[in-house]
Design a protein around this ligand. Sequence first.
Ligand SMILES: NC(=O)c1ccc[n+]([C@@H]2O[C@H](COP(=O)([O-])OP(=O)(O)OC[C@H]3O[C@@H](n4cnc5c(N)ncnc54)[C@H](O)[C@@H]3O)[C@@H](O)[C@H]2O)c1
Length: 352
Amino acid sequence: MIRVGMIGCGSMAASHVRALEPLRDRMRFAAFADIDLDRARAAAAAAGGAVAVSDYRELLDSVDALVIALPHDLHFPVGVECLKARKHVLMEKPLALTRQECDALIALDSSPDPVLMVGYIMRHDPLWTAMGDFIRRAVFGEVFHVSVWTEQYTDASRGAWLGQAKRLGGGQLFSHGCHYIDLLLHWMGEPVCGTHVGTNLGTPWMEREGTSNVSLKFASGATAYHFGTWGARGSRLRYSVHAHCTQGMLELNHAAGVITLHRDKSGGDLPALEAVAAPGESPQSSKEVVVFRRPGQAGKPVVAQMDAFLKCIEQKRAPEISASASRRSLEVIWRLYEAEESGAVADLRAIV
Ligand SMILES: NC(=O)c1ccc[n+]([C@@H]2O[C@H](COP(=O)([O-])OP(=O)(O)OC[C@H]3O[C@@H](n4cnc5c(N)ncnc54)[C@H](O)[C@@H]3O)[C@@H](O)[C@H]2O)c1
């Protein structure tokens, strides 16, 4: 039984704790730390009676593993202390604020003993994983363009640190867009060049961009676009992906939990829509068919992410989303930010 502690019991702590019930045979939440002791107590109550403290150093002796869910500027100092105490660490994204901080954490990383894994939760969502599989395996032909939209409303009521560039590490792109840059690298391979333009118009609580537009080109020749905003007062697409492939367009609809293949062109060389339908699905029309539907409770990303972390500890395996793997997405963002400041196109080659 792995004893897990959580440092930082903010917006998602209590719901995450309850969601992890299915893993109770392998882990138990033993302790929670938050400088706001009431928050630590609320999370401890949700776990059914764990220890609650305001100073995270007090919980180090009573846990084997830690989830660090703190404002981004604290990831580095707290992460260093936990690794030096030889605790397994699941670090919420982003790994840290700067190249120097990330490199220092990577130097301390001796996964799997102890494990250091980064929490890129979208990598554990079966819907997004299925989209990645379709693209990586060229199931519907070669992909030549992917667009990702994330439209949400996130203001500084979650914590003043959210709007402060120095504590967040940048703006919306660094904090939230990092998920989708990570996915695009995973799906489409080596990036070659790209641009970023951002604005805080409409999101005045953000020192840096609250709205972000990224264009990327990959070594395969494919392109990608990511638009993310924290200022959406309304939305139709919410979280959506369009992947244009040579056999049709795949549309991921996050809220509906489906991936649909759209195909206006017909041709004898293309498989019939019936042949590519997800189990139990049939074409809605001659032009579209559901090719994947997200499974129910079992597919909860927070459970899948913790399951992957526990497996690394139990089986002494290095995590797929290691500190150094997660740094690649941040390096892309740092280069995009630097190029934006000098009005140039970012050179994204040779990112390791
Ligand atoms: N993966 C996801 O879907 C997702 C979603 C939201 C946030 N996050 C990440 O989770 C982390 C936390 O974000 P959040 O939205 O929960 O932020 P939050 O502001 O809601 O919570 C942060 C908590 O840390 C506490 N805290 C601050 N300084 C502390 C200290 N020195 N010691 C102990 N506790 C301290 C605060 O009191 C607060 O309760 C960030 O890395 C964020 O990017 C991930």
